[in-house]
Design a protein around this ligand. Structure first.
Ligand code: FAD
Length: 482
């Protein structure tokens, strides 16, 4: 029998779980399906299901058997929360061939990537949400944008920071995040952070290092305590409590879990979507979660989803329906499931209106610095990513340095031709009106005079100095990049 729900959510990670939380609390019948197992921390059972390193590849050695790839025949291991790449490989296309890889999967477990994440929970700055506006307001050219990508591709989000702000606050409270807001480049209407833990000597070194690096860049770096999705105080929305000392009082320093990045947290203090958003729903009669179930197809008639097909834990075929179906399987797997499902023309047109489904995948951009700490320090007493700074994210910094996010290009800027068009009356047109270079004679019926120059694209055909060279004594003129 096909079971029906108000809402069917595929994927229990950062995308799917908040929707489940809000809609189940609003009284909708919600089914969450996840292909991974449900691992509980130790306060939800006798012992934690976590092995302390969920990325550790365990089990027998396997041979990669998918034919036709560069690494076919190579041996590999997989962990208990990763898919087996013989069953469902991701294929990485490189300059020297295609290889099967586990890269691009986050984590196959209830909670998805948030079971392993470092919990760094930064808000976007207002500028992050308005890149085109920022690009257009720039005082000078972008230094490392030889192909004009920034000017051409920058977009504003359809929502502003002001519109997002209340939701950031709500999410910070609901998820359970510690940190400080002072020195952040984002306006806060209310501070929803829990108190950060005492920094330890390692993180103190990081703080001083940031300030020193800032001085070398001519910038005044004011670090703040990184917002981390780890609770340091009792957390009412999820019912989680922090360890108590011998007298029964909360002992926030004992909450230092360390090693949160890349590890499942057996204490349940790291705010994965399981402990923070889904476990609190478990007692609701209108909430259902199916772990170890792989959704294989979203079936549609015309542009309406009629069924969600899946394979259950015992390999049995199942199907469910939902008035609303949410596909939140992580960036790559969501695109894959939708593309596999969209064999039908209408459905394909509906979900891929822009033709961009599965294109322009963008992952984190990391920078780094390292230092040697002169004394022995107990790393287990620190949280990763303890300090952060927005010094390089201020509009002034970006303007002053001519910077933009993106890789530094080492290629020579290409040259590009610009047509300088003088709209002076015919009688007034001389080559001097068009600046240096020879103006082509106006053809019969032409309204203006034009000349061509070759300029480096990086210099910009639209710059004021370039237009000046094209100025007509009597009328305006324009410069058009070709
Ligand atoms: C080691 C690590 C550290 C990270 N650190 C940070 C950090 O500090 N800060 C930060 O903001 N982000 C961090 N991230 C990234 C963050 O975890 C992800 O961006 C986020 O979890 C993505 O959310 P999502 O809902 O798109 O996918 P996920 O959270 O991955 O959830 C997708 C879920 O869908 C399930 N699924 C997939 N396909 C199917 C299917 N066909 N049927 C059923 N279920 C399916 C998966 O099992 C998974 O549980 C980190 C990630 C990792 C791996």
């Amino acid at each position: 029998m096909v079971q029906s729900f108000d809402v069917v959510i595929v994927g229990s990670g950062a995308g799917g779980a908040p929707i489940a939380n809000r809609l189940a609390k609003a009284g909708k019948s919600v089914l969450v399906i996840d292909k991974g197992p449900l691992l509980r921390p130790n306060d939800q059972g006798a012992r934690s299901d976590f092995r302390r390193d969920e990325l550790y590849a365990s089990g027998a050695e396997k041979i990669f058997k998918v034919p036709g790839l560069k690494n076919t025949g190579v041996s590999y291991y997989s962990s208990h929360i990763e898919p087996d790449i013989n069953d469902e490989p991701h294929v990485y296309r490189d300059h020297d061939g295609d290889r099967g890889t586990i890269e691009g999967y986050t984590a196959q477990v209830v909670g998805g990537g948030t079971q392993l994440y470092g919990g760094v929970s930064l808000r976007f700055t207002p500028t992050d949400l308005a890149l085109r506006t920022f690009a257009e307001s720039r005082a000078g050219p972008v230094k490392e944008d030889p192909n004009g990508d920034v000017t051409r591709e920058a977009r504003d989000w359809p929502v502003s920071y002001a519109e997002m702000e209340p939701y950031y606050g709500e999410a910070e409270m609901l998820v359970g995040i510690n940190g400080t807001r002072a020195n952040q480049q984002k306006p806060f209407s209310a501070d929803r952070y829990q108190k950060p833990l005492q920094p330890n000597p390692i993180s103190e070194g990081a703080r001083l290092g940031m300030i020193e690096l800032g001085k070398r860049l001519g910038s005044n770096v004011a670090p703040y305590r990184t917002p981390l999705a780890v609770i340091t105080e009792d957390h009412a929305p999820s019912g989680r409590t922090i360890p108590r000392d011998d007298t029964g009082l909360p002992d926030s320093e004992a909450a230092k879990t360390s090693y949160v990045n890349r590890f499942g947290d057996p204490l349940g203090l790291k705010s994965s979507t399981w402990v923070a958003l889904l476990a609190p729903l478990e007692t609701l009669p209108n909430f259902t979660i199916w772990p170890n179930c792989v959704v294989t197809q979203i079936v549609a008639q015309g542009n309406k989803v009629t069924e969600v097909r899946l394979i259950g834990p015992g390999g049995e075929a199942r199907a469910v329906t939902g008035k609303l179906v949410v596909v939140a399987c992580s960036a790559i797997e969501t695109s894959r499931l939708l593309q596999l499902s969209a064999a039908d023309g209408d459905f394909s047109a509906r979900i891929n209106v822009s033709g961009l489904l599965g294109r322009y995948f963008l992952t984190h951009c990391f920078g780094g610095a390292r230092a040697i700490v002169p004394t022995r320090v107990d790393k287990s007493k620190a949280l990763d990513a303890d300090w952060a700074t927005d010094a390089c994210a201020t509009d002034d910094f970006l303007h002053d340095k001519g910077l933009w996010a993106g890789p530094r290009s080492t290629t020579t800027p290409p040259t590009r031709r610009c047509r300088c068009h003088c709209s002076a009356p015919t009688a007034a047109r001389t080559s001097t009106h068009c600046g240096r270079g020879s103006c082509t004679a106006p053809t019969s019926g032409a309204t203006g005079l034009s000349t061509l120059w070759t300029r480096s694209l990086a210099a910009g055909c639209r710059s004021a100095s370039w237009r000046t060279r094209c100025r007509s004594a009597t009328t305006g003129s324009s410069c058009i990049p070709l």
